[in-house]
Design a protein around this ligand. Structure first.
Ligand SMILES: [Zn+2]
Ligand SMILES: [Zn+2]
Length: 342
């Protein structure tokens, strides 16, 4: 079968002919119908986040149709539409058995440490294949598995309750899911902070109150809009120390700032004024859990999460085209969501 693979870091991905994946007794073979190209893949190709063993097929946002099942598989059958949870876990270790499989001692990840979705087929353990209802197209099912799931997990970590207010820093792919999910979780007002007018327009379309950080100080603006109270929850989805700090500074008393953006620059906080004096919390979030996906999918099926504007482009399984998409993501940090349709 065809697969577009990382052969060597800092080099373009290449198309290779590879053997069909072997299907163990507990595995399902999925014919890939959609595979999202994620910003993380840019970091993987550039060697900023280690990928092994090389060569490796990238792609961790995958949806498709079950083509074959192993002897022991009971929950999915041939022909089922599925989307794939990208974290591979053992199911037995301390972390798995306490419901936190993202810390699995033998954990792995599709398209990062195990062959991923830039290919025609993939084999995964049965529990990683989550049913995708007919109402959700494959391309949307694919991106649900990364950006939407990350926002969903971040909101759960925030302990957002009905009637609270939320500020979301970054109105890109994660942000648009975050805005809609926060409303579905019962948020009274959701403020979307960005410097991109186009993204803010989209955020407003989905019910957020736009805060343009290019033309105003977003902390002052949020305080003004909340009558000096601040917001109960903020999500930082950008990964800049400046926006992380703003996410803390715009909190009401007992507020929770959830940081999902990745940065290697230390975050400076005035601990008395900005943290302990108001009993605020800064919460880290990483990935998501398998157990969260069925609810996320059901909310999407019911239209509480609308991803119809989320996928802006589809491309074939072609190394040159995929490299160009990765170059574009790397270059102007645009937020187009491209999905490969093999
Ligand atoms: Zn991703
Ligand atoms: Zn485990």
């Amino acid at each position: 079968m065809k697969a577009v693979r990382l052969i060597e870091v800092n080099h373009p991905l290449q198309m290779q002919d590879v053997p069909m994946p072997t299907v163990a007794e507990g595995d399902v073979l999925v014919r890939i119908k959609a595979s999202g190209i994620c910003r993380s893949d840019v970091h993987y190709r550039a060697g900023k986040s280690p990928v092994w063993p090389l060569p490796l097929t990238l792609g961790h946002e995958i949806a498709g149709a079950v083509e074959q099942v192993g002897k022991q598989v009971t929950t999915v059958k041939v022909g089922d539409r599925v989307c794939l949870h990208y974290l591979l876990s053992c199911g037995d270790c301390y972390y798995c058995s306490t419901g936190n499989e993202q810390f699995c001692l033998q954990g792995s990840m599709l398209g990062h440490y195990s062959d991923g979705g830039y290919a025609e087929y993939i084999a995964v353990p049965e529990r990683n294949a989550v049913h995708l209802p007919i109402e959700i197209p494959f391309d949307q099912g694919a991106i649900l598995m990364c950006s939407s799931a990350t926002s969903f997990h971040a909101l759960r970590k925030s302990r957002l309750t009905a009637g609270e207010t939320v500020a979301i820093f970054g109105a890109g792919g994660l942000g648009i899911s975050g805005i809609q999910l926060a409303q579905a979780f019962g948020a009274l007002d959701v403020y979307a902070v960005d410097i991109n007018a186009e993204k803010l327009r989209l955020a407003e379309k989905y019910g957020a109150i736009p805060v343009n950080a290019r033309s105003s100080d977003p902390v002052a603006e949020i305080l003004r809009l909340t009558h000096n109270k601040g917001v109960d929850v903020s999500l930082e989805l950008i990964g800049l120390p400046q926006t992380m700090r703003q996410a803390v500074q715009c909190l009401a008393v007992m507020g929770r700032a959830v940081v999902a953006g990745i940065s290697d620059t230390p975050l400076e906080i005035n601990t008395y004024q900005e943290l302990l004096g108001k009993e605020n919390e800064i919460i880290g979030t990483n990935d998501h859990l398998l157990q969260e996906l069925p609810l996320l999918i059901e909310m999407t099926r019911r239209g509480k999460l609308n991803l119809s504007d989320a996928v802006t482009r589809t491309v074939p399984l072609d190394a040159d085209v995929i490299n160009q998409v990765l170059d574009d993501l790397e270059g102007f940090g645009g937020d187009v969501r491209t999905v490969i349709v093999p």
